[in-house]
Design a protein. Structure first.
Length: 267
């Protein structure tokens, strides 16, 4: 790559690092709302276990049987063609504007998903439907992840890609010191440090870990969502969590794309 492309890459990389630093700062200094903490203290242990189990089943169901259904909700070939056009512009122009347009396209593509998850969460919350909403919510999250992957030219079907997706979703909702460890594990994959594809046991273990992270963070909200009328408050949290997960996922796919461009710049 020429000097212009190299400078554009360096500036975009610096922007990614700044965004990651902000995410780390938020994760390292979590501030739980007092009402949320009080609700969590009153949730029966049996309900907490049920919620974790519901997330486990939702992730397993969508990963194993739901991908085909999700793919019917978007046009994969068009997304792949759009990426080819954007990637060609990056290669041809080599300027930062092309890189930012690629990032903007990925971010803008999730606007409709955000509206859908808002309507779904609040609608079921108004009816006091909590646990059944989890499958739909996970499906919307994975729809957003799959679309983002395609917009950056990556697949999502292989065991290794599934492991990456689970790790990204896990890290996106992790708080405290564990965030740094999980974020480094994601970056290790982006740098292709994974020597072999994960085994079924490793995938299952990561799936349970991701489900547990979601269950712990969303415990109070999903508990409230199971209550008639006031459940709309719990359902209203769906778009908040969707945005939080996708902000991390989109940043990581963008970083992965930049890693690829750095390799092209190597002499």
């Amino acid at each position: 790559m020429d000097r212009t492309a190299r400078i554009a890459w360096q500036k975009e990389w610096a922007s990614v690092e700044k965004q990651e630093a902000r995410l780390e700062k938020r994760a390292s200094a979590p501030r739980e709302a007092s009402w949320k903490t009080k609700v969590e203290e009153k949730v029966p242990e049996k309900v907490a276990r049920s919620l974790e189990g519901a997330f486990c089943k939702a992730f397993a169901l969508v990963f194993e049987k739901g991908t085909g259904v999700i793919e019917k909700s978007y046009r994969r070939e068009e997304l792949e063609k759009d990426h080819a056009v954007r990637d060609y512009a990056v290669r041809l122009k080599g300027d930062r504007r092309s890189l930012r347009q690629l990032r903007g396209e990925a971010q803008g593509g999730n606007a409709r998903n955000l509206l859908l998850t808002t309507a779904e969460g609040m609608g079921l919350g108004l009816l006091g439907i909590g646990l059944p909403d989890i499958v739909l919510f996970v499906g919307m999250l994975l729809k957003g992840v799959y679309e983002t992957a395609l917009r950056y030219g990556f697949s999502y079907e292989s065991p290794a890609e599934r492991m990456l997706i689970l790790r990204m979703m896990d890290a996106s909702l992790t708080r405290g010191p564990a965030w740094g460890e999980k974020n480094r594990a994601v970056d290790g994959f982006l740098r292709q440090e994974l020597a072999a594809a994960p085994t079924r046991e490793e995938l299952d273990r990561q799936l349970r870990q991701t489900a547990q992270t979601f269950a712990l963070d969303m415990l109070a909200l999903k508990f409230i969502q199971g209550l008639p009328l006031v459940g709309v408050l719990g359902g209203a949290a769906n778009p908040v969590y969707y945005h939080r997960v996708m902000r991390y996922v989109q940043l990581k796919y963008h970083k992965r794309y930049l890693y690829g461009k750095r390799k092209e710049m190597a002499p």
